[in-house]
Write a protein that binds this ligand. Structure first.
Ligand code: C5P
Length: 240
């Protein structure tokens, strides 16, 4: 995989015009753009269209979590938008995961477009070990993450999102060709911001990440294109 195709730029902006500026500025330097709840709620399908019509790939991070029938419908709609990758909550259960995978397969076959990847989110990193008992989860955090990852991979999910700190125990549980995507990436030269459990691009890739979601180290750099070039060099140095 080319180094630039491992970089997903987090389009953490609140309107279509701002998104367009980023797509124009760095679209020829990164492989992917991530659209999350804030931007999608503001700009809707037009933002996915903006990305895909520029020949770029869209990671639609809306973290679907509902009854299987509803999630299947959401996935079908996202396939019609041409999203290349989208997220679901693994905690929606095996039937919901199967419904999402089947919807992606069936809708893409009927539209004759490439099948988008369905990516599973395990435990939100905003939750700590002290939060789990209140949610009725008695096993330790790491076991909960591992259990959800094993469940999702057993159902044939296409990939997992996890913190770079979790790679040592998540990577062995995710069989190829499923991919691992990590946020929380901070090159040595960038500000940490509010991210705590961070890794450099080089160490995340070396530890087994396939793709990285990167926002502020690029968006807040004085020269975003140069920041991407430096990240690309780090990825290449990881030698995977
Ligand atoms: O700006 P920064 O590189 O921290 O952006 C990271 C992106 O990844 C943001 O869109 C953020 O919502 C997302 N994310 C994260 N940590 C997680 C999960 C997602 O930073 N655990």
């Amino acid at each position: 995989m080319a180094a630039r195709d491992r970089i997903i730029f987090a389009l953490d902006v609140g309107d279509l015009d701002s998104a367009r500026k980023w797509v124009e500025k760095i679209g020829s330097h990164v492989g992917w753009f991530k659209v999350g709840l804030e931007l999608f709620s503001a700009a809707g399908p037009a933002v996915v269209d903006l990305i895909t019509s520029s020949g770029l790939k869209c990671f639609l991070d809306l973290k679907f979590h509902d009854i299987p029938n509803t999630v299947a419908g959401a996935v079908r709609s996202a396939v019609r938008l041409n999203a290349h990758m989208m997220t679901i909550h693994i905690s929606g259960g095996p039937e919901m995961i199967r419904a999402a995978l089947a919807a992606a397969r069936e809708e893409s076959e009927s539209l004759k477009v490439p099948r988008p990847r369905i990516i599973g989110v395990s435990v939100l990193t905003s939750l700590g070990r002290d939060d789990l008992p209140g949610l009725g989860i008695s096993r330790p955090l790491q076991e909960q993450v591992s259990g959800l990852v094993e469940l999702a991979c057993g159902e044939g999910i296409d990939g997992i999102v996890c913190s770079p700190a979790d790679l040592p125990f998540v990577r062995p549980r995710v069989p190829e060709p499923a991919v691992i995507i990590t946020p929380g990436i901070r090159p040595g030269w960038s500000e940490k911001g509010d991210q705590k459990r961070i890794a450099t691009p080089e160490s995340a890739i070396r530890d087994g990440a396939d793709l990285m979601v990167i926002g502020r180290p690029i968006s807040q750099a004085q020269d975003p294109v140069r920041a991407i070039e430096m990240i690309v060099r780090e990825v290449e140095a990881a030698g995977r």
